[in-house]
Every structure is written in C-alpha cells, then in structure tokens.
Design a binder for this molecule. Structure first.
Ligand code: EPS
Length: 396
C-alpha cells in the first residue's frame, strides 16, 4: 500500500511537472545558481543569447549603482555536452562581482515594503539574512533559466516578447508594427517601451522621483507568439496554464498584480464585448492556430486554462522599489523606538528590468507546458509528437 502510494505520487509529478527549477544565492553572496531539472535532450544550447537577456535585465532607465559593478554572465556548469543538452539537470551560475556578504552589517530598521520586518520576525533572525535572499538580484538566474528555455521554444517557432506599458502612472501607448519592428523599437528604447516619443517625458519623471528620494513602479506586458493550441488543461485547477502563469509572474519580486488578456477590464464590459468570436480559415489549418481565427484576443490566448492558438497576453503591475532615499517611518527592531527606515544604495525605477524578468519566467512556464503536452525526453520526440498532434487536431 505504501509503495502504491509512493508510486502514484511519482507518476503524478512525473507526468505534470517534468520541467522544474529552483534558485539559490544571496544578493551579495558569491554567486546565484539555478538548477533546471527535466530539460529535454538534443537542444542546441548557446550561452550568448542568455547573456543578452542578462544584460537587458541589468539595463533600463532608473537603475542604481549596483548595475555599474555587475556584468552578469552565465556559466553553464553541467547538463550540456558539446553545446547540446543531454537530458541531465542543468546548473546555471551567475557570479556576483559585489560579493561582500561576510563584511556586511545587519540592518536595524526594516524598510516598509521589503521583506525585512516579516522575514526577520518569521525566522527569528536578522534583517540581513532575509533581505539578501528577498532581493530582486535573484531574478538574474530566473532570467537565465527562461533564456535557456527560449532555446527550446525557438525549435517550435514560439517567441516571447516583453515590454513596458506604463511607468509611474504614465502610459506608453505601443505603436503598431510587426513583431520584428516592435522588437527593434523596444531595443532602441531606454525604457523598453514601444513608443520612443514617450521616452523623454518618462525619463524626466524618473529623474524627478530620484531627486526627491522617491521610487516609481509600472506595468509590463508579455506576449507569446506561435503557441500551439491545447497547452494546459481545464481538467484540474493546478494544471490550468493561466493559473500557472499567474503564479510564476506574481512570484517575481515587487509584482502586486497580474492580468491576462482584458484582465480587470473584462469585469466592466458586457459579455458581447468581451468574448472573442470564432471564425475558421481552412488555409491556416496546418498552423498552430489550426485555422480557428479570432477577430479579437480579449481572452489573451487562454480559455478554460488552455491555449487557444492566439498569442498569450499577460500584464504585471510592479510596485515602486521599497528602498527609499527619503525613508518612511519605521522602528528600530532592537529598541522598538520610532526611527526612519534604513537606506542602502538602490534603484529609482526597475520597471524595464521587470519586463525582462516577466518575459523570461513566462518563457519557462510555456516550455514546461510544451513538455507536459508533447513529452520531455528529447527534442526529436517532442517535435514528432507536436507534428502528430497538429495533424490530428486539424482533422477534429
Ligand atoms: C535590491 C537592492 C539593490 C538592487 C538589487 C535589488 O542592490 P544593492 O543593495 O546591491 O544596491 O540593485 O537588484 C540587483 C542587484 C539586480 O541585479 O537586480 C533589493 O534589495 O531588492
């Protein structure tokens, strides 16, 4: 009986959680590490595009002094042989140039909004011990993991594209264009937005906040193009892809809201102005959408927890950074006396970085969903099953 139960548990995790990852590392420790388990064999792996993503994460207008110290660069420590994945766990390492953890003092006065108070109380320990791990520095290896997964997604022509849509309450309305054109605009923007004419105003806003000792948040959007029909499932709550995406995105530091497609706006409209009509174009029968065309995409590519062949659209709200040069009220944790919160060097705005982070955590979830649907031992088997599924589903 005990064995049967164990077997059942193994089967469940084996079937539904083939691709997994964990991270380790402190902000000012020696290194950050990600362990990616269940990555299929046979995928060509290149460090260069991972480093491009790491460099993008470090940029964006409003970053602080730390990014002038770091030059994030991934070291693939295992799981790859002669540039190709072998089905073994893959360990990714990003070294911290600003390694100084052993020399750092504790912080006496918790910063409202950071993990300082909650973590120190929960773990009956120091604020330093919590802030080092709660820091968004950890997202470097989440980005490296997502960028690794993009190399699998590229084999299926799936692309993940993130950009900034709002900073400090000011919207950056995207201009129209093809994905390639929009990517060029985003990469030319200091804010990673899709409207270069808006950059100057927002940069001034960030400068003003910085001068006042304040910080700014914003909203980012991530789109996934080329996603095949039928990833995720309606059948069980914890396997619904919209739920998995929301969890992954909400678990990025400083994210306080996630919406898919119309999101909260859907609650304000009648059904006739929310749901996407279904049309059919036999000429598109053999594409990932199977020919089911939708004149609108208010669902953001997900219905009943499954992909519907339209692009996935997900947005995340990032709160302003909690380390303020003009600090808020706090208390001294040792004396319980009222004092201003501690201040350490920080960024004024990291919304651009958040667009890169959210893009890459989404890439991981899509890769995991692809492996759940099409198998995860090898790329060749996945590709054969992907092709077979599209053929069978086109005849449904
Ligand atoms: C962070 C504090 C700052 C940020 C950091 C997140 O680090 P430091 O204390 O070294 O100046 O720069 O983000 C990064 C280091 C990064 O690479 O994104 C925090 O406390 O959350």
């Amino acid at each position: 009986m005990a064995n049967e139960r164990r077997g059942h548990g193994l089967l469940l995790s084996g079937l539904h959680e083939m691709l997994r990852y964990w991270t380790a590392g402190e902000s000012h420790g020696k290194a950050l590490i990600a362990l990616v388990d269940g990555f299929p064999a046979g995928v060509k792996i290149d460090e260069a595009p991972i480093n491009v993503e790491l460099r993008r994460r470090q940029g964006g207008y409003g970053r602080g002094g730390r990014q002038r110290i770091e030059t994030d660069c991934v070291d693939i420590r295992c799981g790859v042989w002669r540039g190709v994945s072998i089905g073994s766990p893959i360990a990714l390492e990003v070294v911290n140039r600003d390694y100084k953890l052993e020399r750092l003092e504790d912080l006496p006065r918790p910063r409202p909004g950071h993990g300082d108070l909650t973590g120190a109380v929960k773990y009956l320990g120091s604020i330093r011990g919590v802030l080092e791990r709660a820091s968004a520095r950890e997202t470097a290896v989440r980005v490296a993991t997502g960028a690794l997964c993009k190399q699998l997604l590229a084999e299926f022509a799936v692309t993940v594209f993130g950009f900034v849509v709002e900073v400090g309450g000011v919207k950056i309305e995207p201009v129209a264009g093809t994905l390639a054109e929009l990517r060029q605009i985003r990469d030319a923007s200091d804010l990673y937005g899709l409207n270069l004419e808006r950059d100057d105003e927002i940069k001034q806003l960030i400068d003003r906040a910085g001068k006042e000792g304040d910080t700014l948040g914003g909203v980012v959007e991530v789109q996934v193009h080329g996603v095949p029909f039928g990833l995720g499932t309606h059948a069980q709550w914890d396997r619904k892809l919209d739920g998995r995406l929301a969890q992954a995105v909400m678990a990025v530091q400083a994210i306080k809201g996630v919406e898919i497609g119309l999101g909260f706006e859907a609650a304000r409209r009648p059904g006739s102005q929310v749901h996407d009509p279904i049309h059919y174009d036999a000429g598109q029968k053999h594409t990932p959408s199977l020919g089911y065309e939708r004149p609108t995409n208010n669902a953001g590519g997900l219905e009943a927890g499954m992909t519907n062949g339209q692009p996935i659209v997900i947005r995340a709200a990032k709160k302003p950074i909690s380390t303020l040069r003009k600090p808020l009220d706090s208390i001294n944790l040792d004396t319980k006396q009222a004092e201003a919160a501690s201040y350490e060097r920080s960024d004024v705005c990291a919304v651009s970085a958040a667009s890169v982070i959210v893009e890459n955590v989404v890439a991981f979830e899509i890769a995991a969903a692809m492996i759940d649907k099409f198998g995860g031992d090898s790329l060749a088997e996945m590709q054969a099953r992907y092709k077979l599924f599209l053929e069978m589903a086109a005849e449904r």
